[in-house]
Design a protein. Sequence first.
Length: 216
Amino acid sequence: MFQTTIANSASAEGVGLHTGVYGRIRLVPAPADTGIVFRRVDLDNFAIEAQGHNVARVSYATSLMKHGVLLSTTEHLLAAIYSCGIDNIYIDIDSIEVPILDGSAEPFMQMLEQAGTRRLRRKRRYLKVLKPLEVIEGDRRIGIYPADEFRVRCYVDFPHPLVGQPPTVRVGQSWPLPPGRVGDDGPVGGGRPIPHQHRSGHGATQSASAFASTPR
C-alpha cells in the first residue's frame, strides 16, 4: 500500500474544552514522509510532530509539547486522521488547544471526508507486533498482542450505577474505517489510537490485537 494525504484543505473553528480559548484549525495536504505535523501559525508556524516523544500529558486530554510549546486536546483529531488512513498531513492551528467542536471525533471525520484522500508515490511502512506487550498500573492494564488482523477490545468498570460494567466493546474491521463509523468516545477511552503509529511519522499498525481495561 502507498502513503496518503488529503486531497484538499479543510477548516474549522471553535472553543477549547479545557482552556476556553477560541481557535481555528486548517488541515493541509503534506508530501510523503511528513507524518502528522501540527503548525502553530500564531508562533511563526512552529512545528510539533505527533510523535511519542512529544507527548507531554495524557490526563483528560492528549497534550503535545516541543521546546516548551504546548498543544492540548489532540486526541479526537488524531483518532479521525488515523481512522481515515491519512499518513501525511499538516494541521495549522492558531491556539494552544484544538477546538472541541461537538466533543467527538465525528466533525473531524466529516472534514477529512470532505477533503478527500490522495495517494502518494511512496510505499507505506508498517510496525509488526511480534510478541505481547503489556503495561499495568494497579488494576488497569493495556496490552498489544500479535494477530492476523487489527482488533481492539475494551472493558471498563465504573462505580456509578448509570455506568457500572457496560458490555465489552470489540472492534475488528478493515482499515481505514468506512465513512461514518467513528463517533464520540463514550465511556471507552481505550478506543483512541495507539500512540506508536505516530512515532514513525507515517507508519501504521494493521496486524495487531489490543486490549484495554479500566476497573473501579
